[in-house]
Design a protein around this ligand. Structure first.
Ligand code: WTA
Length: 646
């Protein structure tokens, strides 16, 4: 390991892997050896983790590379639901738990692989009877309940792409997504629970659909979850239970081409309109099956829990397709972390003896803020592997997670990837000898990444640059639905034929990757580029700071000035002394160029419903601009509160 360099992110220092497991170590080494055979050799081998109705002819077809299109496993035939279910129910796994559902109210349901297989077959038969065809798209707008998984797999079984819309979206968000995809069928629920109260999903759907708002929708299937009274439009709306009552127990899985679409998932871009990211069947399944298996070292007896919502890519890849393709047992939790109390997550780990726990830094920091007495009061000894995703994990949160949740006994793998990438691309492996808190470290074997400067050359160690993927990978997005030009310009044209992630990153002197955040979050102060995540990380090292969001504010002389919005831990008070201390902390950790011009104490940061800090809004507030789109904001009241403190 090289020495600590002053321009490296704060908190650097390696942690030896506490997980003495020769087998895992050997697996990591074997994967690296396999990767040395090149992209095709590696992924050809990985494709053996999937059951093909017909073997593929070529691993990767680059014949359309000039127009930025690549295809994987051409000639291969498969079905994603078959891979998640049918191949498990022929043997003993049919009695294994596929999903352990924990409702927010404390209700619990276990679905074995056989149960899930039956339910999926029934819904698939019902969808077919409704006349759903391959060229249709089914929109799924449901809470975190088993029926969401059933609906996705039923679509996959009949070969119809699904478009899952996160249950936290409003009627407007749902409407925009339904209309962009011209969905004919909507699957929703009478409600889900959040903080003990029902969320009115069907009412939102009715609002989206009223006055012919979504003209493509022909049928609405309604799952009963919350027991709320809902309006049922005659001829259009049908109860899920009624549909399932007489449905056939078996529905032949459609034989899909490897390149047939599996789903679209909308994601926010830099412009207002959401991007419909399209994934296909073969490459996606190979990508998620293999990364789930190797990144989480999932064994037959593990109980795996991913806290992400199914409405986001993490839920798709690592709650549904990845775990189920591996025959794993997943916990599916409907609610929030503090209902009825702040130890809810730890109680769930204790109750089900969860062994692999996958969550997001934003949640880790929240839990950290609540204090370690909550996890300390629960038995977390079943945990053996931790993982993080969604944003750079600051070293302080990494270390807290590692120590207070993992008991310094569990490897902590920080996985970098995106809706577009479909699967993990940069991550340590659990068999690595050590971890570097705060760094996603290196590419998964078979994946080639680089950090480029503006000219498209690899940067020198310690310099910031554009995080790019230089070779295609199997679960890569194939296009943006309805927007093929945007697909080209957003991802492939800045550096001809190289995938632009939109993130900034830095390579350290050991060649390891530190993701610094979205490029629109990288700021330029007097010609120096600084990652906002880096400054935040430094601020978070202060014992009184709970969360920090840093933005670049227009500055006459410097171009941009650093402006930090900070929330404090319970009991701490904002003061002039604290402002001075925090500024000095940043100067000490990074350098004078990163010194914040303003530090503003606020009670809560504005976040999207998926938990990402909306820095764009903070920038607008700091610059006194008219606020941009706030439709994805979790709690709009936060904005007014911040405006008052500013
Ligand atoms: C960020 C979520 C640093 C990054 C899977 C990326 C991360 C965006 C990490 C994609 C990580 C995700 N370290 N940053 N481990 N994981 N990101 O599409 O900015 O919701 O571009 O996919 O999240 O977010 P998305």
């Amino acid at each position: 390991m090289g020495d600590s360099k002053k321009n490296m992110p704060a908190g650097r220092g390696d942690i030896a892997n506490p997980f003495e497991n020769q087998k895992t170590k050997k697996t990591a080494e074997q994967l690296q050896v396999l990767a040395a055979q090149g992209v095709e050799g590696f992924w050809g081998e990985m494709s053996k983790g999937i059951s093909w109705f017909k073997e593929w002819d070529t691993v990767l077809d680059e014949s359309q590379a000039a127009s930025y299109h690549w295809t994987w496993f051409n000639g291969g035939k498969l079905n994603a639901a078959y891979n998640c279910l049918d191949r498990h129910v022929t043997g003993w796994r049919k009695n294994k738990a596929a999903i352990i559902f924990e409702g927010e109210l404390g209700d619990s349901r276990v679905l074995t692989y056989q149960d899930l297989y039956r339910e999926v077959n029934k819904l698939a038969s019902a969808l077919k009877k409704m006349g759903v065809k391959r060229e249709d798209i089914v929109t799924i707008y449901l809470p975190m309940i088993p029926e969401t998984v059933i609906a996705m797999l039923a679509c996959a079984r009949v070969g119809v792409p699904h478009s899952v819309v996160f249950g936290g979206f409003s009627a407007g968000g749902l409407k925009e997504r339904i209309n962009d995809s011209s969905s004919k069928i909507l699957i929703t629920a009478d409600g889900g629970f959040r903080r003990g109260k029902p969320v009115p999903l069907k009412d939102n759907a009715d609002l989206a659909l009223e006055n012919d708002g979504c003209p493509s929708i022909e049928k609405v299937i309604v799952v009963k979850r919350a027991g709320q009274p809902v309006y049922m439009e005659p001829g259009r709306d049908v109860w899920y239970a009624d549909l399932m009552e007489n449905a056939d127990l078996y529905c032949e899985p459609e034989v899909m081409d490897a390149e047939d679409p599996l789903f679209i998932l909308y994601s926010s871009g830099t412009t207002g309109k959401p991007k419909g990211i399209l994934h296909t069947t073969g490459g996606y399944m190979v990508g998620v099956q293999s990364t789930f298996k190797y990144v989480f070292d999932c064994q037959e007896e593990d109980i795996y829990w991913c806290t992400a919502d199914i409405g986001w890519i993490t839920g798709h890849s690592y709650l549904v397709y990845g775990p189920l393709a591996n025959g794993a047992t997943s916990v599916l939790y409907e609610g929030g972390p503090d209902y009825p109390a702040r130890d809810r997550l730890w109680k769930i780990i204790e109750k089900y003896r969860v062994s692999i726990f996958y969550t997001a830094p934003t949640l880790v920091r929240l839990l950290m803020r609540w204090g370690e007495e909550w996890p300390a009061s629960c038995d977390l000894s079943s945990l053996r592997l931790l993982s993080s995703v969604g944003e750079p994990i600051n070293p302080e949160a990494w270390l807290w997670f590692f120590k207070h949740i993992g008991g310094e006994r569990c490897p902590l793998v920080d996985t970098w990837w995106q809706t577009e990438t479909g699967m993990h691309l940069i991550t340590p492996l659990p068999g690595d000898d050590w971890f570097r808190p705060g760094a996603a470290t290196r590419a998964f074997p078979g994946v080639e990444v680089a950090v480029f400067n503006e000219q498209g050359e690899p940067v020198k160690p310690g310099e910031q640059g554009f995080l790019v993927i230089t070779k295609p990978w199997p679960a890569m997005l194939r296009t943006l639905y309805n927007d093929p030009d945007r697909y080209l310009t957003t991802y492939w044209q800045q550096f001809e034929g190289v995938y632009l992630s939109g993130d900034g990153a830095m390579v350290d002197e050991d060649g390891l990757i530190w993701v610094t955040g979205r490029l629109d979050d990288v700021i330029n102060v007097s010609g120096h580029r600084i990652g906002t995540a880096e400054i935040e990380s430094a601020l978070l090292e202060h014992g009184e700071v709970a969360e920090a969001a840093v933005i670049g504010k227009k500055h006459d002389l410097k171009g941009q000035a650093v402006c930090a919005f900070v929330t404090l831990r319970i009991g701490a008070q904002g003061s002039a002394e604290l402002v001075t201390d925090l500024k000095q902390l940043v100067v000490n950790k990074i350098g004078a160029l990163a010194r914040p011009e303003d530090i503003i104490f606020i009670s809560e940061l504005p976040k999207t419903r998926s938990g990402k800090i909306m820095r764009r809004l903070l920038r607008d507030i700091a610059e006194g601009k008219v606020l941009g789109d706030t439709s994805t904001l979790m709690d709009p009241a936060v904005i007014n509160a911040i405006k008052k403190s500013y």
